[in-house]
Design a protein. Structure first.
Length: 368
């Protein structure tokens, strides 16, 4: 009987519970044993039945309607070291697990791929040090790895949507609707900071959905005088037509053309000094990761969980680790290494100020 374990790792995202539920139940449905690894890679490093737990069908009942991740997530420094991964391999073998599905962002999936590529040398060392038996060495020659992308930022290349992104977008839109009501009463301006790391997806889509006056995203930097003039012209025009509210959205990774960050305080100062607007800053923070998943994320996470189990059962020692993506509304498999590499190249291109390259790289996600 194959034993498939699932973990959630990195920043949490709504919909992770749906993903875990679907993986546990699909695994059992396909005749496998299902395990959860608690607290991300921390659980692998610590090991034992408290951290690598076998799960029954009932254990994940109702999880689709719960926010956060019930199996915990963590950032684990030890797993970045070979010794941590050596412990992880030993603990997986001790628990009898031969496949691992990781739901996380690009960092977590990089770690997963590294773990798989090192696996032969890890188990060799474990055998030599007497930490696993010859039988275990023979039985666990190969570790199957599969990634599903849980991230509110929608920042992974090769997939149109990540699990959690639409829920975070929904939280942002609701919060901006709330703010807009009070802005209207007092005729105020609000500068709203949203998450997204170096990806402007949340800010851009929230800007469209709330018809904000102006947005700042990392992908479209401008010099100080460009954005100041443009923003003030637009806001002044809207005000002159009788609009009582001003909403400006700033992505947390927003930068100006000289690569310095643009903060909500910078924007606040310009709205006050140049337009004399009564302006407030609202940083949405962890509200964006909170609450339950929207229907889209529950659906995405469930379909991708089923596909992740299929992928694990079909892959052999020679198959590259798959990442489960969605392209034009179809659940598809992509090579995990390639997706992570492309995602990192986009981030590097943005940091190197090569925006054309960053956009071209982002576009390649629609090409096979
Ligand atoms: P995310 O998955 O959301 O991008 P992080 O980048 O913080 O979040 O990664 C989550 C965890 O994945 C880290 O705490 C670490 O344990 C593991 N990890 C990340 N990058 C690597 C790496 N290069 N090698 C090994 N493990 C890694």
């Amino acid at each position: 009987k194959k034993a498939i374990a699932v973990m959630t790792s990195g920043g949490d995202a709504q919909g992770m519970n749906s993903n875990v539920r679907a993986i546990v139940r699909s695994a059992i449905f396909k005749g496998c044993r299902a395990f959860v690894v608690m607290e991300g890679y921390e659980g692998l490093v610590r090991g034992g039945p408290e951290y690598i737990k076998e799960c029954s069908w009932e254990d994940v009942r109702g999880w689709s309607t719960e926010g956060g991740t019930n199996i915990g997530t963590a950032r684990c420094l030890e797993f970045r070291q070979r010794d941590g991964r050596l412990l992880g391999a030993q603990h997986l073998i001790e628990a009898g697990v031969d496949a691992l599905i990781v739901c996380g962002g690009d960092g977590s999936l990089t770690g997963a791929d590294l773990f798989r590529s090192e696996w032969p040398s890890l188990i060799k060392e474990l055998l030599e040090n007497g930490r696993i038996s010859k039988d275990q060495f023979q039985k666990y020659q190969h570790l199957n790895i599969c990634g599903t992308v849980g991230s509110i930022d929608n920042d992974m290349s090769t997939t149109d949507a990540t699990i959690g992104a639409y829920s975070a977008l929904d939280r942002i839109c609701k919060a901006i609707d709330y703010v807009e009501a009070t802005a209207n009463s007092h005729s105020r301006a609000f500068v709203v900071e949203v998450m997204g790391r170096n990806c402007g997806w949340l800010a851009l889509l929230a800007g469209i959905a709330t018809s904000a006056d102006y947005i700042f995203i990392p992908e479209k930097p401008a010099t100080s005088s460009e954005w100041q003039d443009q923003m003030c012209d637009i806001v002044a025009k809207h005000r002159s037509k009788g609009k009582r509210t001003t909403i400006v959205i700033v992505a947390e990774g927003a930068i100006s053309a000289d690569l310095t960050p643009i903060s909500p305080a910078d924007v606040h100062k310009v709205l006050v000094d140049r337009l004399g607007l009564d302006t407030r800053i609202t940083t949405l923070g962890h509200v964006q990761r909170g609450g339950t998943a929207v229907a889209y994320d529950r659906m995405l996470a469930t379909l991708q969980g089923v596909e992740a189990v299929n992928a694990v059962l079909e892959s052999t020692a020679d198959t590259p680790s798959p990442l489960i993506a969605i392209n034009e509304n179809k659940i598809v498999r992509k090579p995990l290494v390639e997706s992570v590499r492309l995602t990192k190249s986009v981030a590097e291109a943005i940091q190197a100020k090569d925006f054309k390259k960053a956009m071209d790289l982002r576009d390649t996600e629609f090409v096979e």
